[in-house]
Design a protein. Structure first.
Ligand code: EPU
Length: 340
């Protein structure tokens, strides 16, 4: 199917999980990479603002978008190769992430279970190197195909080309440049469970599971997420709104002297990752609202749309939280979603 499905003045409210209002001058459903080559040949293409949209779960929409929104609807999933040391599985960028994870488990190709129930699409997963419960995309990544939207040319990226970091990649650093069309995952054989994250270990123990299989871990992660995180289908949100800040070891030591209970996680480079949710809770924002946007009562890292919020409302509470955390701890939080 290569037919472009295009709408003018499209309502973007249902294409962002925060439920923020805005319209797109043009919205194109991208079903195949070939459509993009045609778009890139349009005369005013170089000057047209572009927004690539997957599940819209990592987006703060500031209002109307004057350019073209490319909604990625590329489908397909298959086993590409069974190697001695890994299953190589490929999915179209438009596939729903969680459905894809559960499908791989049902097929007997485990490895993505810790990333169960993360909202969004397969194509969006590598953009911010999604991670949860002890695993990140980079740990299971093989390669991806993308279109350079500046030229319409196709290119493949190996892991070294992607510049993955914590909630970061080359794609996130160049907004509007790349449209991911397909992603390949390398699922190691034999499978090894990842259960070092305290919440996961606790949940498995509570279920009386001593030797977990991949489905047990997936089910445990789903249960933990349902307890802590609001379902975007019920209450608008974009997941973690701030990144966990990474600070120098001496800055962390100074903070610990004043706040001995502060959670902190040593990083490979000697720095320390702090828990933004803890910092936000300490300054009293957890469960508090500013206008129609709230700081979620069960996980302070998440902002929620209590009804009728705009992008400006989200910005206002985010700025207020950041100012309070900086004043108290000297730590500058960085928002995680993309502001448009
Ligand atoms: N904490 C608080 N108060 C809160 C929230 C957290 O004190 O309101 C403390 C917890 O007690 C714990 C620490 O902060 O000591 C870490 O909390 P948690 O395990 O809930 O994880 P997180 O650091 O808040 C990160 C990811 C989540 C991911 C979980 C599990 C980021 C920005 N967020 O949250 O990712 O699900 O770890 O791995 O790294 C997302 O990106 O949208 C997301 C939900």
């Amino acid at each position: 199917m290569t037919l472009a499905l295009e709408t003018r003045g499209a309502d973007l409210g249902r294409f962002n999980t925060f439920g923020l209002p805005g319209r797109a001058a043009r919205l194109v459903h991208v079903r195949a990479a070939e459509q993009l080559r045609a778009l890139a040949r349009e005369p005013d293409w170089a000057h047209t603002p572009r927004l690539v949209l997957g599940g819209g779960s990592n987006l703060v929409l500031g209002g109307d978008f004057a350019g073209i929104v490319l909604k990625v609807d590329i489908a397909g999933r298959r086993l590409l190769r069974a190697e001695a040391e890994a299953w190589i599985v490929e999915a179209g960028a438009g596939e729903n992430w969680h459905d894809f994870v559960r499908w791989t488990l049902a097929q007997g190709w485990p490895g993505l279970e810790n990333l169960s129930l993360i909202p969004g699409t397969v194509g969006a997963a590598p953009i911010q190197n999604i991670g949860a419960y002890g695993l990140e995309i980079v740990d299971r990544f093989d390669s991806l195909d993308a279109i350079d939207l500046d030229t319409g040319a196709a290119r493949s990226f190996g892991v070294a080309d992607c510049g993955f970091g914590y909630r970061d990649s080359v794609f996130k650093r160049q907004p509007g440049r790349w449209l991911v069309t397909a992603v390949r995952f390398r699922l190691p054989r034999p499978w090894q469970p990842v259960t070092r994250y305290a919440d996961v270990a606790r949940e498995l123990a509570a279920r009386g599971i001593e030797v977990p299989g991949a489905l047990d871990i997936s089910d445990a992660v789903i249960a933990i997420r349902r307890r802590k995180l609001p379902d975007p289908a019920e209450i608008g949100n974009a997941g973690s709104f701030f990144k966990n800040p990474v600070v120098e070891a001496d800055a962390c030591a100074r903070l610990l002297a004043a706040h001995p209970a502060m959670p902190h996680y040593p990083q490979a480079d000697g720095r320390e990752k702090l828990a933004a949710g803890w910092l936000i809770e300490q300054v009293g924002w957890k469960g508090r609202d500013l206008g129609p946007v709230g700081c979620y009562e069960r996980q302070a890292l998440v902002l929620v749309n209590r009804g009728g919020a705009t992008g400006a409302d989200v910005r206002r509470i985010a700025d207020a939280i950041m100012a309070d955390v900086e004043a108290r701890f000297g730590v500058r939080l960085e928002p995680e979603p993309v502001f448009v």
